[in-house]
Design a protein around this ligand. Structure first.
Ligand SMILES: *[C@@H]1O[C@H](CO)[C@@H](O)[C@H](O)[C@H]1NC(C)=O
Ligand SMILES: *[C@@H]1O[C@H](CO)[C@@H](O)[C@H](O)[C@H]1NC(C)=O
Ligand SMILES: *[C@@H]1O[C@H](CO)[C@@H](O)[C@H](O)[C@H]1NC(C)=O
Ligand SMILES: *[C@@H]1O[C@H](CO)[C@@H](O)[C@H](O)[C@H]1NC(C)=O
Ligand SMILES: *[C@@H]1O[C@H](CO)[C@@H](O)[C@H](O)[C@H]1NC(C)=O
Ligand SMILES: *[C@@H]1O[C@H](CO)[C@@H](O)[C@H](O)[C@H]1NC(C)=O
Length: 439
């Protein structure tokens, strides 16, 4: 599914001494990926303390993050315990984590942690959301996934990166900061692991949301029923100790310079109830992303199980143009694949969940442990501003599901890498030269 492009295809036979010479002389300026050194660092959020069946949904403001004018290349995260050991999904289900950029006023009182409260309305806070296309706070993250965290490829292909810390775009008097929202559900001893993971209201005995507003009778499940402090039903007599888990996140980045080309991040949400609007200067659109939806069971007698598929399709106008470099569709349990199409049916990207089959971490049976992503060769898939694309999400409808998602994330760039010089030819000549020299 993935095809590495734009990287420096130095033949393995090329003597090391030559690699050093050619890297220095030929692989600059966005030709061989950036020659900048890749930095990697692990960070931990503050701890989440979970009793069996309990839920943590925490918003950690001002978390540690790489600093300076950099290009973020990748971000991975997983839950670990006090000893730093990865926690399996059937013990603590990672419903989601999202990493959100914001700008905090320099010298302002520290924005501390807020619970169940993504919308900060404060003159000390400016949102640093991604490029769209939802509005408000919906799906504004720079990175974020869920149970598929461990095996989903999210790296930004060379020579591209997510530009951060650019002093020229920083609102005056503000500094760039990061918030991480972690939503985890303790699964030890619960009566119905999938039901708890899907936040079914009856299992949580919840009839009001986190702000005390009554839920409508047809709201069967979703994040309104599994907020911070809620409790999923336990097997009678189950006893277990509280334990602490942390989100460990690993960032990879390079220094930003002219060899790195910036990308933009868009998230297309299958639940987006959008409409075209027009004003005196042109066509515009308004978006209302619901984020979650439910899957009704098919219960169709005579239908083969494999035909019990809930297919949702959404036509969306693209408010931007550029080259698509990456795509992947976030799904929950029951997910059966997603795709992005052009209006004429041409496939731009498909993405498929991988289900675990065992007990070990990263392969937990019945859970989505990874989702395939696509890396079209830069330049091969172009999106034009105003073009209508079709997002498709499939779920198995053999069983009903509540609170599922269909978020298709894409990376888009304005520029293509500069054409490669005839590296192989040059290298070959130099091989002869160097071999002659060395013999
Ligand atoms: C956060 O939510 C609480 C209710 O839980 C509300 O009273 C408060 O105004 C909210 N704060 C912000 C900054 O939005
Ligand atoms: C469910 O909640 C109601 C009040 O909201 C309470 O009276 C009842 O005891 C709860 N049931 C269980 C099983 O916890
Ligand atoms: C009107 O539409 C144009 C084109 O989409 C947009 O750039 C502009 O911001 C809109 N103006 C207002 C006032 O909404
Ligand atoms: C979704 O399901 C429909 C109907 O079964 C199928 O035609 C389509 O190819 C599926 N799409 C993906 C992305 O799996
Ligand atoms: C469909 O199946 C679900 C369980 O998967 C069940 O709860 C529901 O009652 C069934 N509906 C009908 C109409 O048979
Ligand atoms: C490399 O040297 C060999 C042997 O001397 C020669 O046959 C070959 O043509 C040379 N290749 C190039 C690219 O110069």
């Amino acid at each position: 599914m993935t095809g590495e492009t734009g990287s420096c295809n130095i033949p393995p036979w090329l003597p090391l001494v030559l690699i050093l010479v050619t890297l220095g002389s030929l692989c600059t300026q966005a030709v061989c990926g950036n020659a900048n050194k890749m930095e990697t660092a692990d960070f931990l959020t503050p701890k989440l303390v979970l009793a069996p069946g309990s839920v943590a949904n925490r918003y950690f403001y001002n978390v540690d993050f790489p600093k300076g004018h950099i290009a973020l290349k990748d971000l991975h995260a997983e839950l670990v315990d006090e000893g730093g050991n990865p926690v399996p999904l059937y013990e603590t289900y990672l419903h989601h984590w999202v990493v959100v950029k914001y700008y905090g006023r320099i010298g302002a009182k520290k924005i501390s942690e807020f619970v169940d409260n993504l919308t900060l309305k404060s003159s000390d806070y400016i949102s640093g959301r991604n490029d769209g296309i939802c509005q408000g706070d919906a799906n504004g993250q720079i990175f974020g996934t869920g149970s598929e965290s461990r095996k989903t490829e999210t790296r930004v292909p060379d020579p591209y990166g997510i530009e951060l810390g650019n002093p020229d775009v920083l609102p005056s008097g503000f500094e760039e900061k990061w918030m991480i929202n972690v939503h985890a559900i303790d699964m030890r001893g619960v009566v119905d692991k999938m039901g708890c993971a899907e936040c079914r209201c009856n299992l949580y005995n919840i009839t009001k949301d986190a702000l005390g507003r009554p839920l409508s009778a047809d709201y069967k499940g979703g994040f309104l029923c599994c907020y911070e402090g809620t409790q999923c039903r336990l097997n009678q007599g189950f006893e277990g100790i509280k334990r602490s888990v942390y989100l460990k996140y690993t960032a990879k980045w390079v220094d930003m310079d002219s060899s790195v080309l910036p990308i933009r991040i868009y998230i297309l949400d299958i639940t987006d109830e959008w409409k075209r609007t027009s004003n005196s200067t042109g066509i515009n659109s308004e978006h209302n992303c619901k984020v979650e939806y439910d899957i009704e069971p098919c219960n169709a007698t005579g239908l083969a199980y494999k035909e019990c598929i809930d297919t949702r399709r959404l036509s969306l106008d693209m408010p931007f143009s550029g080259y698509m470099l990456y795509g992947y569709g976030h799904q929950h349990t029951g997910g059966a694949g997603s795709a992005l199409y052009r209006q004429d049916g041409q496939v731009m990207c498909t993405s498929k969940p991988v289900y675990g089959k065992g007990k070990e971490v990263g392969n937990e049976a019945g859970y989505i442990v990874g989702i395939s992503s696509c890396y079209p060769k830069p330049g091969t898939i172009e999106i034009s501003k105003g073009e209508t694309l079709i997002v498709e999400f499939n779920y198995s409808s053999i069983r009903p599901h509540t609170g599922v998602m269909g978020l298709f994330s894409i990376f888009v760039a304005d520029q293509l890498p500069k054409p490669r010089p005839a590296l192989d030819i040059v290298a070959q000549n130099q091989e002869n030269v160097s071999l002659l020299n060395m013999v």
